[in-house]
Structure formats: structure tokens, C-alpha cells
Design a protein around this ligand. Sequence first.
Ligand SMILES: Nc1ncnc2c1ncn2[C@@H]1O[C@H](COP(=O)(O)OP(=O)(O)O)[C@@H](O)[C@H]1O
Ligand SMILES: [Mg+2]
Length: 372
Amino acid sequence: MDALKFEHVSHSFGQVQAVDDLELSVKSGELVCLLGPSGCGKTTALRIAAGLEPLQQGRIAMSGKTVGEPNRNLAPEERGIGLVFQDFALFPHLSIADNVAFGLSRASASLRAERVTTALTQVGMESYRDAFPHMLSGGQQQRVALARALAPQPKIMLLDEPFSGLDSRLRHQVRDETLHVLKESGTATLMVTHDPEEAMFMADRIALMRAGRVEQQGRPSDLYFAPRNAFVATFFGETNELEGICVSGQVSTPFGSIPTSDMADGTEVSVLVRPEALRLKTPGSSEEPADNTATVLAARMLGRSSLVHLQLGDHQDSTAQSGVTPHEVQYQGHPLHWHARIPGRYLPAEGEALDVYLDRSQAFVFPRNITN
Ligand SMILES: Nc1ncnc2c1ncn2[C@@H]1O[C@H](COP(=O)(O)OP(=O)(O)O)[C@@H](O)[C@H]1O
Ligand SMILES: [Mg+2]
């Protein structure tokens, strides 16, 4: 059964449709990320689930029970949820233990003490129980906020940009710890973030939103390797792009023809290629015929990978050679400047000529002139 379920949830603020027909569920033990650009409705959706925003349209269910319907909203404290927000404000005048105990006022003193110890141990902060918030670093305070939310042992955790107040190194460390704490606790978690890398790091499943609507949901690999539209493909990182026209189920590119699935002849398409989909080799080093050649404009080591700026060579379209009428595409006559991302320390020299191979599973073709 789904621990949390949004059924056709819509919400507007005056003229602004903040959430539009949201359908989403989170199972026990599952971590789902609601991802999307600023203003797309993520926080509103989370607040509706929490009961902080009265439901206007649709239904919210928790473990099969309706907790939100239009004009009938269970109060947040009745929903069995744990909340963590970006500004994880701890009470400055309360000790760490008392901060964590705050949501446990209804429990007996002995149960409260036990839950506080359990939660602080879960996040590795047990030795700080008598400290006060100002004595802790930002990362430690965030862990205490997580402990405070976990202490009542909620079935559902709702997190809104929980790491964005932390600097980048701390953010990586705290989100790693948080992932393990949440997974061990077995709660269902819905986490809001605008950062695609963070979503892929944390999530079992991602729902990517735009303008109140979910564009695509699935495993991170589904969204990354099988994006449904150009918005989804480009949201996960820079892509190289060219335009073309569908002819007999194919689009001609500098790397040969690429299938366009079921598009009508004459459909104008965009071809999006991730930088890591380009493999580079020194000419003559492989038996395999290259898809194209390129000249290195610049190459920079970025740490884990290197970025190579390429000027692609002449069009080598296999369909042209096989007698099919070649068709006009915009790149012809114009030099194409593309980026390739390559692993390791190898850096080609500026001006070097290279063979280029395209991993077609990371080249995506979408119809143009549709707002996607
Ligand atoms: N209380 C509010 N009153 C009016 N408009 C709001 C309110 N909260 C959010 N909005 C608007 O709703 C849209 C979605 O906001 P929000 O859910 O905060 O997006 P996100 O969390 O994805 O950045 C935005 O256009 C925002 O300006
Ligand atoms: Mg937000």
C-alpha cells in the first residue's frame, strides 16, 4: 500500500496554477524526489501533503486513509509526518535533547527519553544531547533537525530543500548521511529539490515538475536515459543540440542517420546529445569506422572528467552514400561546436584531429515547435 498518495491534486493562488493535476505516490521505505525549477510548485505540493495548505482539488491519502479532501483536512499534527525544511530552525533556548523531544509532548517521560536517544543516535549526535544549537555547525544542526522529525517515528517524512542552506562540501556529506538514516528508518520520504544531481543521489524515484505538472516520473535512470521530452533531457544537464527533419523515420546528422521513432515525414526535430555520449579516439587507433571527425578547439580537466570543445568535421551521412536523397539540415555549411565529456586524465591537444563515435542510446530526438 502507498504510504502517501496524491490523487489528481490541483492548487492555485489566485491566477497562478501552482499544482496542476498531480498524481504521485510514495511507498514505505521509498525515497521519492519532487524535482523541478524554482516556482514549479514543489513546495506547494509538499505543504498540501503536510496539511499546511488546505486542499482545493483532488485527494491526499496516507496508508489508504483520506487525510485531505476539499473542505476536509486533517491537521498536520494528526498526519503522522515528520517535516524538515531548508531553514531547519532549532529553538535556540532549548538543549539539543529538548529540541528533539519537542514533537513528543504527548508521550510519557520514559518513552520520550528513549525516543530522543534513539533519534540522536540515528543521526550520530547522541554525544551533543546537552549542547545548545549555537554550539553546533550548520551540518550538525541539520542532523538535529532530522532527528527531531524522526523522533516521533513518523510513517512519512517530508523534506523541502533540506540541504540548500549548507555549503557544498557539507551538503554532500549531510545528504549522504541523511540518505542512510532515512533508508534505515524505513519511512516513506518525499523530498523536494531543484538540483537534479541531488535528486539522482537521493531518490529511488524522481517526479520532475514544470509549471505545476509532472513531466515525467520514474527511476533516475528512466528520466536520464529515456527522457520523454526536451525539457526532461536538458534538465539533467547540458546537451549538444542540432536541428533536422524526419525523412522515412530517420534524421540525418553529422554522425549518420538516427531513428526518429514514429514521426511523420517532414517533422522538424531537435536532436539532443549528452556530452558524455561522444567518444573520442586518435585516428587509426580503432578498426571501427568513426561516426565523424573533429578538431579540438579547447580541452579542460574538470576533476573527475574533462570537457573537450570540438569543431565537428564534414558531414558523413551514410544515407547519402546509400542513395537515399539527402535533405537540408541546418548544420550544413555551418561549423558545429560541440562539447564532449570524457573520463580520466587524458587531454587532447588544441588543434588535434580526432575520430568521434556517438553512443546513440544517448542521442534523443524530439519534435520541435511544440513547447516541450
Ligand atoms: N502563498 C502563496 N501566495 C501566492 N502565490 C504563491 C504562494 N506560494 C507559492 N506561490 C506561487 O506558486 C507557484 C509555485 O510556488 P512553489 O510551490 O513555492 O514552487 P517551488 O517550491 O517549486 O519553487 C509560484 O508561482 C509561486 O510564486
Ligand atoms: Mg520551494
